[in-house]
Each structure stands twice: as structure tokens, then as C-alpha cells.
Design a protein around this ligand. Structure first.
Ligand code: SF4
Ligand code: SF4
Length: 185
């Protein structure tokens, strides 16, 4: 595992703050955590992650499952009185966790992200049935959520066959960088 060089991690967080995610504006009013629909599944409330970064406890933040449970719904950032872009910070932290060799505290979430990206690189859009099947293939939890799958089929929410966008090469042009990042992990 590549050692964690704290200064360089802080530098990377600083870069994201320059992009409009200034975590130092947070004064811990708790609005983000109170409104987060996934709060109950998180190790730490979203504002606790911000606090960790403010205190330089980057590795603690990177190891928290919170950064992987966040689905970037933006509920928190809409409520934040200081306009802190929490989903962007979570995204940056996920990237850092992989880059530093810490892996994902929620491996299934990472697997799901990769399966969705694979579908987009293959078809230029998501093909839900393909994503579900490939995800099941890796987790081997075949029967989990099968009722949801049946309901989606019944309501015609699942296309049996994938459809590809016209200029798939243009979409695939985005993916070398994704693949490079994966080899960095
Ligand atoms: S809502 Fe904004 S200011 Fe309040 S705790 Fe969350 S990030 Fe900090
Ligand atoms: S963006 Fe993430 S942290 Fe913010 S409310 Fe949604 S799930 Fe919670």
C-alpha cells in the first residue's frame, strides 16, 4: 500500500476547495446531516467528515463508510447556509481513498459504480438489466432484491436488450482516464 503523505492529501483537498468546495466555511450547524436521507447508514454524519478534514484527519475521513454511502443527491448542499458543496467533497475523498490504496469502506458501492461505468462505456448509456446481472455476478447474492427486479420488469422499467447511442466512440473517448485511475488504485 502506498504510504499516506498527509501534506499531499491536504494539497489535493485544497485543490477541490479552489474549485468551489471550501470546507473551511462549514461552522457545523448540522443542517446537512439532519437532511441527509442516508444518514442512518453512515458511520459518521456528513458534517463530521467536514470536521475531520478541517482538523487534518484525512485518513479517518477516507476510512469512513460515509464517503461511499453518499449518493450525491445534493439535499445537503441545497440546505447548507455556507454553500459548501458536500457531494463534491465526498467525491474527491472517494477518489483519494482509491488513489491512496485504502480501498472502499463499502466495497459493494465501489463495485456498483464500476458496473455502471462499464455499462456506459459499452453502450453510451446505462442498461439496467445488464448492470443488475453483472453486479449479481460479482456479489453472488442472486436472490437479494429479486422482488424489486420483478416489479421493475412488470412495470416495463427494465429493457431486456441494450440500445447503443449513435456515436459510441465519442463516449468511449472519456474512458481512458477512468481506466488509468483504476490502474492507479
Ligand atoms: S449545512 Fe453546511 S455549514 Fe452546516 S454543517 Fe453542513 S456543511 Fe457545515
Ligand atoms: S449528497 Fe450525500 S451527504 Fe448530501 S444529503 Fe445526499 S447522500 Fe447525504
Amino acid at each position: 500500500m502506498e504510504p499516506i503523505i498527509l501534506d499531499s492529501v491536504i494539497d489535493e483537498i485544497r485543490i477541490s476547495s479552489q474549485l468551489g468546495c471550501d470546507y473551511n466555511r462549514c461552522f457545523h450547524c448540522g443542517c446537512c446531516s439532519n437532511g441527509c436521507p442516508f444518514f442512518a447508514a453512515m458511520d459518521d454524519p456528513p458534517n463530521a467528515i467536514i470536521r475531520m478534514i478541517q482538523l487534518g484527519l484525512i485518513e479517518t475521513a477516507l476510512l469512513s463508510n460515509t464517503i461511499w454511502i453518499c449518493v450525491a443527491c445534493n439535499t445537503c448542499s441545497m440546505q447548507c447556509p455556507m454553500a459548501v458543496d458536500i457531494p463534491a467533497i465526498m467525491d474527491r475523498l472517494r477518489h483519494l481513498a482509491l488513489k491512496r490504496g485504502l480501498g472502499a469502506a463499502e466495497p459493494d458501492v465501489l463495485q456498483f459504480h464500476q458496473t455502471v461505468l462499464d455499462s456506459i462505456s459499452r453502450y453510451g448509456r446505462t442498461h439496467k438489466l445488464d448492470i443488475m446481472m453483472r453486479f449479481k455476478l460479482t456479489t453472488r447474492r442472486w436472490l437479494q432484491d429479486w422482488q424489486v427486479g420483478l416489479k421493475m420488469l412488470a412495470k416495463r422499467k427494465l429493457d431486456l436488450l441494450p440500445s447503443k447511442v449513435q456515436h459510441i466512440d465519442e463516449v468511449r473517448a472519456f474512458f481512458p482516464s477512468v481506466n488509468e485511475e483504476r490502474t492507479d488504485e
